[in-house]
Design a protein around this ligand. Structure first.
Ligand SMILES: Cc1cc2nc3c(=O)[nH]c(=O)nc-3n(C[C@H](O)[C@H](O)[C@H](O)COP(=O)(O)OP(=O)(O)OC[C@H]3O[C@@H](n4cnc5c(N)ncnc54)[C@H](O)[C@@H]3O)c2cc1C
Length: 417
């Protein structure tokens, strides 16, 4: 199948990857509709991608060459210990990942989109006109078979196919899978990052550059690793814990507290955790982040019954929100785009394309959500007595979380037929 017009709602990791895939597969017109008007490349958080997933995505051209990445080989687990300011190291496990700066990864994907792709910023989609079809009846769509996309200025556009790459609060998902919403996991993450040169101010550095750290305490854990940045290496951290339970904050509705919007309660709670639970060295490292550069994201789980039907499909976090402990979201979003391109090349119609995409990606999304739930329970909700752990106990604990899965970081694209 060739030709047609495709609208990709959301121009982040999934959106850029899907726009390139649609253009390569032969769409006549591809338009990305991105709500954010400012510089997306300034979103500076870190993320990691498993080396095997990156190699697969590079081989098929979804992950463009030349994007800055920081090599990690091991993950160290430490717990507060009266004697050592850097805590007691109870486990070091292999960690074959590279870390990325979100903005630089996005920029690489954006620059790799073919010139024919129209990327419109500062335009929000408010609705997509689509009825979930009765399986016994023909799919309902616009009068000419297209999908109607309503924009914030109330104008309406029609496209042959609409891809929802609009993240965990997806508007497109409402049309495809009405009522399926992210479910609050019961805890949040505080996040921050800062210029790694600031580490010089906290004393002797017990932290090799290729090691990611996990600081553990009863009821939470915090990952800390270096990432590349536009002006040199940065330190990125994500701390998971239950937020203050005084009733002042509610997370049932998908939300987040961006940099500069951290409430006093959330800032004080973080300071208390660092003072009470962290080895002093790691508390001092996190305190290098200015309060205005610290932000909070509630953790959610989301899976949909269908990620593709008729002329609509869902990509990346719009289809599946996987707790970040699995370190798989970006890779999964790019794999979605790879599967979409393959399905397009084999499809005879839009409906065949979305059916094939759903068959390829639906089960993977469900597996990832389930694994990440187990990881979240073990590392935040029902933490073990880490103070009593040694390497053997930690390995057994980890195997229990995997429950037969080969590892974290997402599945190989070839893992399923
Ligand atoms: C704390 C944390 C740590 C993480 N760590 C990792 C990691 O180490 N490794 C990893 O692979 N993944 C990680 N992830 C997940 C990863 O960031 C996402 O899975 C990945 O970025 C895919 O995002 P996306 O493009 O699907 O959605 P998003 O990045 O959410 O993009 C959605 C886009 O759609 C736009 N948009 C939304 N609504 C509309 C609308 N109505 N109209 C127009 N535009 C709209 C938004 O502005 C945004 O640009 C982490 C996530 C979190 C929260």
């Amino acid at each position: 199948m060739r030709g047609g017009t495709v609208a990709v709602v959301g121009g982040s990791i999934a959106g850029c990857a899907f726009a390139s895939a649609a253009a390569r597969a032969g769409a006549d017109e591809v338009v990305v509709i991105e709500r954010t008007g400012g510089r997306l490349a300034d979103r500076g958080v870190g993320l990691c991608i498993h080396n095997d997933r990156a190699a697969e995505l590079s081989a098929v051209g979804t992950l463009p060459p030349g994007i800055a990445a920081h090599r990690l080989t091991r993950r160290r687990w430490v717990v507060r210990d009266g004697g050592d300011p850097a805590g007691r190291l109870f486990w070091e496990q292999p960690f074959p990942f590279h870390s990325y700066h979100w903005g630089l990864l996005w920029q690489g994907l954006r620059e790799a989109t073919p010139a024919s792709v129209v990327y419109r910023q500062g335009t929000a989609v408010t609705g997509v006109s689509w009825q979930v079809p009765d399986p016994a009846a023909a799919p309902a769509a616009g009068p000419d078979g297209q999908v109607a996309v309503t924009l914030a200025d109330e104008s309406v556009e029609r496209h042959d196919l609409v891809v929802g790459a609009d993240g965990y609060r997806s508007v497109v998902r409402e049309a495809l899978s009405p009522g399926s919403r992210p479910h609050y996991a019961g805890y949040v993450c505080w996040r921050g990052n800062f210029d790694a040169r600031r580490l010089d101010g906290v004393g002797e550095d017990p932290w090799p550059s290729d090691a990611g750290m996990t600081v553990c305490w009863p009821g939470g854990s915090c990952v800390i690793y270096r990432i590349p940045g536009p002006e040199g290496t940065r330190v990125n951290w994500v701390l998971y814990a239950v937020p203050p339970q005084d009733g002042s904050l509610r997370f049932d509705d998908p939300t987040s507290f961006p940099p500069g919007a951290l409430t006093a309660e959330l800032a004080d709670h973080l300071a208390g955790l660092l003072a009470r639970e962290f080895p002093p060295y790691w508390a001092a490292v996190l305190a290098l982040t200015a309060p205005e550069d610290t932000f909070v994201q509630p953790i959610y789980d989301l899976e949909v019954t269908r990620s593709g039907v008729g002329r609509l499909l869902l990509a990346g976090d719009a289809a599946t929100v996987v707790r970040p402990h699995n370190t798989s979201g970006a890779a999964k979003a790019m794999q979605d785009a790879t599967a979409f391109e393959a399905a397009w090349r084999d499809a005879a119609s839009w409906e065949h394309l979305t059916d094939a995409y759903q068959a390829a990606r639906g089960p993977v999304g469900r597996d990832l959500v389930a694994l990440a739930r187990r990881l979240g329970r073990a590392q935040v909700e029902q933490t073990p007595d880490w103070t009593a752990m040694d390497r053997h106990a930690a390995e057994a604990w980890w195997r229990g979380q995997l429950d037969g899965a080969p590892g974290i970081g997402g599945q190989a694209m070839t893992a399923r037929p």
